[in-house]
Design a protein around this ligand. Structure first.
Ligand code: NIG
Ligand code: FE
Length: 380
C-alpha cells in the first residue's frame, strides 16, 4: 500500500534541503518519492497536510528508559541550590531491582508512547539501573522489546555492595557474558563519582572485543579526559560534553566520533550549557538527545531539547533540527533514518505549524500532529 502526503507547505528533508509546496510518497514502510506537489506520482491513498511543515522523525540516540520510581525530591532540592551528583543513581537502582519485569516493561512502554507523540521514531535505550547480572540482563531484554538500539551500561556507578575493582571484573566478565547477545552497544559513565578513564578503557575494550559498539557518558561533571578516550577507542558517540577542553574539541574534530549534547540535563541540573560556537568552527559532528532518565533529565521530548539547543547552546533552528535527526542517526551509525530521501525509512513528522522553526520558536507547545513510523501513522 502506498500513501501520498500532499500539500506539504515546507518539507525539511535533512538531506537535500527544504522543499516548499511539496509532496512525499510512502511505499512499503519506506520513502519512495519526494518532490514538488504538482509532480507527485499517484498512490493508493492520499493524506492532505493542509500546508503544514513536515520533518524527519527524531532520532533520540541517548535514553535510560528502563527504570522504576522517580526522583522529583532531588530535582526540588537542586532548584534550591543542591548540586547534581552521580550518587542519586543508586536510589533508582534500588527501585528498579524491586520492580517486576511487567512493571518495568509497562513503564518503559509509557515513556516510549510519550516520546512517539513528540515525534521520536528511533530511540536508543540503555540498561544501567540494575547493576547485577540478572537485573542488567532483564533491563536489556525489556529494552530489546522496544528497540534494536540497546546499550549495556553495567558501568553506570559501582553498586553499594561492591568494591570498584571487583565490580569492574564482574562487568567485564560474567555480566558481559550474559548481556552480549542483547546489546548493540556498550557505554560507561566516566566521570567523578562513577568510573575513571582507566576503568572505562578496560570496560569499553572488553565490550568492543565482544563485538559491541562503543559510546560513552563523557565530560558531564568536569573535563575528565573521557571524550578523548572515546575518540581513542573509535566511539560512535561521546555524550553530554558539557565541559570540553580545546584539546577535546580538536580530537573530536579529527575523528568520526559524534559529540552528543543532552541539553535537558543542563536544564535539569542547572549546569552551564555548552556553546556550539567552538565545535561548529572546529568542524565537530554533533547530535542532540534527551538523555531521558529520572535523575538528570526527565524529559522524553526532542522538541524541548531542540528549543534548548537553539536558545541556550546558540544553535540555529536548522542546526538543531539536523542534530536531532541526521545527527542522532550518525551517533547510532545509521543511514536509514534521520532524513527523508527515497529509500529511507518512512519516519515522518507532520507539525501543527507552517515551518520547522516553530519547534524552537514555540517552546513547550505540542506541535506534533501526526507521526508515521516505518510508514504507519499515529495521531499525536
Ligand atoms: O546521563 N550521568 C549518568 N547517567 C545519567 C543520569 C542518571 C541518574 O542520575 O539517574 C545521565 O545524566
Ligand atoms: Fe545518560
Amino acid at each position: 500500500m502506498s500513501e501520498l502526503i500532499t500539500n506539504i507547505g515546507e518539507l525539511f528533508t535533512g538531506s537535500s534541503g527544504i522543499l516548499r509546496d511539496a509532496a512525499l510518497v510512502i511505499d512499503d514502510g519506506l520513502v519512495a518519492w519526494v518532490g514538488p506537489r504538482t509532480a507527485a506520482p499517484p498512490a493508493d491513498t492520499v493524506f492532505d497536510a493542509e500546508g503544514a511543515a513536515v520533518v524527519p522523525g527524531f532520532v533520540d540516540s541517548h535514553s535510560h528508559l528502563v527504570f522504576a520510581g522517580d526522583r522529583a525530591d532531588e530535582f526540588d532540592a537542586r532548584m534550591s541550590g543542591q548540586p547534581y551528583t552521580a550518587g542519586g543513581i543508586r536510589r533508582t537502582v534500588a527501585a528498579t531491582r524491586a520492580a517486576s519485569d511487567e512493571e518495568l516493561a509497562a513503564h518503559t512502554g509509557r515513556l516510549l508512547d510519550e516520546a512517539l507523540r513528540s515525534g521520536t521514531t528511533t530511540i536508543e535505550i540503555k540498561s544501567g539501573y540494575g547493576l547485577t547480572v540478572e537485573d542488567e540482563r532483564r533491563s536489556l531484554a525489556i529494552a530489546s522489546r522496544f528497540t534494536t538500539e540497546t546499550t549495556f551500561l553495567g558501568a553506570h556507578v559501582v553498586p553499594a555492595e561492591h568494591q570498584p575493582a571487583a565490580y569492574v571484573d564482574l562487568v567485564t566478565g560474567e555480566m558481559l557474558d550474559r548481556v552480549a547477545g542483547l546489546a548493540r552497544w556498550i557505554d560507561v559513565f566516566c566521570d567523578r563519582g562513577a568510573f575513571d578513564v582507566d576503568q572505562a578503557r578496560t570496560i569499553l575494550s572488553a565490550g568492543a572485543a565482544r563485538g559491541l559498539g562503543v559510546r560513552m557518558h563523557a565530560n558531564q561533571l568536569g573535563p575528565s579526559g573521557a571524550a578523548r578516550l572515546g575518540v581513542e577507542l573509535g566511539a560512535a558517540s561521546v555524550d553530554h560534553c558539557t565541559f570540553l577542553s580545546d584539546e577535546d574539541v580538536d580530537a573530536l574534530a579529527a575523528s568520526e566520533t559524534v559529540a552528543t549534547f543532552v541539553p535537558g540535563a543542563e536544564f535539569s541540573t542547572r549546569q552551564p550549557f555548552p556553546d556550539i560556537g567552538r565545535l561548529r568552527d572546529a568542524g565537530v559532528r554533533y547530535a542532540i538527545a534527551t538523555d531521558c532518565n529520572p535523575g538528570s533529565s526527565y524529559t522524553s521530548s526532542m522538541p524541548f531539547c531542540i528549543a534548548l539547543a537553539v536558545r541556550e547552546m546558540r544553535m540555529t533552528p536548522t542546526e538543531a533540527l539536523l542534530a536531532a535527526t541526521a545527527g542522532g542517526a550518525r551517533a547510532l551509525r545509521r543511514t536509514d533514518v534521520g532524513h527523508l530521501s527515497p529509500g529511507a525509512r518512512a519516519d515522518v513528522v507532520l507539525l501543527d505549524a507552517p515551518s520547522f522553526v516553530h519547534l524552537a520558536y514555540r517552546p513547550g507547545v505540542q506541535l506534533v500532529r501526526h507521526v508515521w513510523q516505518h510508514g504507519r501513522r499515529t495521531t499525536a
